[in-house]
Design a protein around this ligand. Structure first.
Ligand code: BG6
Length: 499
């Protein structure tokens, strides 16, 4: 059980608090995982009383019990006013006095990133940054984006580390909180049969797809300044690469695992300007019709510049320069308004050295694939070739298919549930460390710069509901490499995309 503590949320009147944080805390309470003495102190510019805050949270439709609602408190606070941090300290002291949480405080920044540095500074000025202050631990949780470039990420790290020790910083990447992402480590390192094959000798390539069928919804303003590379690749997808590619850690603890993660990022071969032209494909969705319904182009979305050159799709090929992976390509693909929502890692094993059945079985995509499905229908699928029953020899592909749901009725916890709980427990394994963050940016930065500075790097349009620009297929044109398409383009007639 976590120690007694208070969780202060900056930006508590915002979307993230209502949609993710409060439901995750409630789920923890129902599973009996909240400390005995626990309070949430919401803060924000909106003026509200505790009661009004509780009503607002309740109005979101979920049913919360009274015990839980009684844990929620609110304090109006303008994060730009330094005085307010002293008031916050007083408020925390009062709550602490009643509840005896012994100075254990988490500060969760659910604010726009522009405020991160100000809040960290304000907390420090009020002495709320030191573990020793008020006697208990102090932790700072921040949400992405962690900077917009290598330079800004470094600066953010510097400022945060000026006021807080790295061990107090919890940078959330909600992909690491997904049950199936965590399972990659168990799958790889608790089984003896996969790891001997998990290298350049037996693996042809690894591809990671994270597709979304939704567009930018009501986040056009943010998304137009970010784009798919910053929004998904720099963080979520590179974290998945690390889980798939890392060496076995020395132990199952935060430092050992994060040491291996950072080594993967540091080993990614930097892309040259030619690589960026040839091995990175960016796209933007254009208007289309899906089953009779008109789908608007990205440039017509609310909050998006009508002449925007922000990518809503990106596919890239890169290499990890180390002994395990030398020469083996990794492919990443992500986008909005693709035919379906799916995130999966495909490990494509090499073909047999001699293709005995070539005349009767010519599966170019390679029969042996291991597919780790992160979402939806979480599971693992292993494909292999088999003889079809009957006279003669006909060879076909078959699969061993494991669905998480078959493990029982237990629901898979939401990523935020797991991550908030870990933070309360002081376990930062599933949080991004500062050095890892900078290593990721180091890889991403040259791509962003080339896109910004070089008008000859193309932006391809793709109709909403398709798998992105056809040029992305060109990344995989050798040795029978293909993207795995879990379903077809939605713009094709009668194509229902079900997974
Ligand atoms: C967020 C991105 O980090 O991840 C969103 O900002 C994206 O643009 C989301 O939609 C995807 O998360 P999930 O859990 O739905 O795959």
């Amino acid at each position: 059980m976590p120690a007694d503590q208070i969780l202060t949320i900056f930006g508590a009147s915002g979307d993230l608090t209502e949609r993710k944080l409060i439901p995750a805390l409630y789920a923890l309470k129902q599973r009996g995982l909240l400390p005995e003495n626990f309070a949430v102190l919401g803060t924000g510019r909106t003026k509200m009383t505790d009661e009004e805050f509780r009503k607002k949270i309740e109005s979101k439709g979920e049913e919360y019990d009274n015990d839980f609602l009684a844990m929620l408190h609110y304090m109006p606070l303008d994060p730009l006013d330094p005085e307010n941090y002293y008031k916050l300290r007083e408020k925390l002291r009062k709550l602490d006095h009643n509840m005896r949480v012994k100075g254990n405080y988490i500060f969760y920044l659910a604010t726009p990133p522009l405020l991160y540095e100000t809040v960290a500074e304000g907390l420090a000025a009020a002495g709320l940054n030191h573990n020793e202050a008020e006697g208990g631990f102090k932790k700072l949780v921040i949400e992405k984006p962690f900077g917009y470039s290598l330079e800004t990420a470094k600066k953010l790290n510097q400022v945060l580390q000026l006021y807080f020790d790295e061990s107090q910083l919890y940078r959330i990447d909600h992909y690491l909180g997904k049950e199936t992402a965590q399972n990659i480590l168990v799958f790889r390192f608790a089984n003896g049969i996969f790891e001997p094959l998990w290298n350049r000798n037996y693996i042809d390539h690894i591809q990671i797809t994270s597709a979304e069928s939704i567009g930018v919804e009501n986040r056009g303003g943010y998304y137009d300044t970010a784009g798919a590379l910053r929004d998904m690749v720099q963080n979520h997808l590179l974290e998945l690469v690390a889980l798939a590619a890392m060496e076995p850690p020395a132990g199952f603890d935060a430092d050992s695992i994060r040491n291996e993660t950072v080594k993967v990022f540091q080993s990614i071969k930097p892309l040259s300007s030619n690589d960026i032209k040839n091995n990175v494909i960016r796209g933007q969705y254009i208007a289309s019709k899906i089953k009779g319904e008109e789908i608007a182009a990205y440039r017509s979305e609310k909050g998006v510049d009508p002449a925007s050159r922000t990518e809503t799709f990106v596919a890239l090929k890169f290499f990890i320069d180390n002994w395990r992976w030398g020469g083996i390509p990794f492919f990443i693909r992500t986008g909005k308004r693709l035919p379906t929502r799916v995130t999966e890692i495909v490990v494509r094993f090499k073909n047999t050295p001699h293709r005995l059945f070539r005349s009767i079985f010519d599966d170019e995509s390679g029969p042996n694939q291991l597919i780790i499905r992160i979402q939806p229908d979480e599971g693992i699928l292993l494909r292999f070739a088999l003889k079809e029953p009957g006279a003669g020899y006909t060879v076909k592909n078959a699969s061993l298919n494991f669905h998480y749901s078959s493990l029982g009725e237990q629901r898979l916890p939401e990523a935020y549930e797991r991550l908030i709980y870990d933070c309360m427990m002081g376990d930062s394994t599933l949080y991004t460390r500062g050095d890892a963050l900078e290593a990721c940016w180091k890889f991403i930065d040259p791509i962003l710069n080339a896109w910004k500075d070089d008008p000859t790097v193309k932006m391809f349009g793709y109709p909403a509901g398709t798998w992105g620009p056809e040029e992305a297929d060109g990344l995989m044109n050798s040795n029978g490499q293909h993207w795995r398409y879990p379903c077809k383009n939605l713009t094709d007639d009668d194509n229902f995309c079900e997974l």
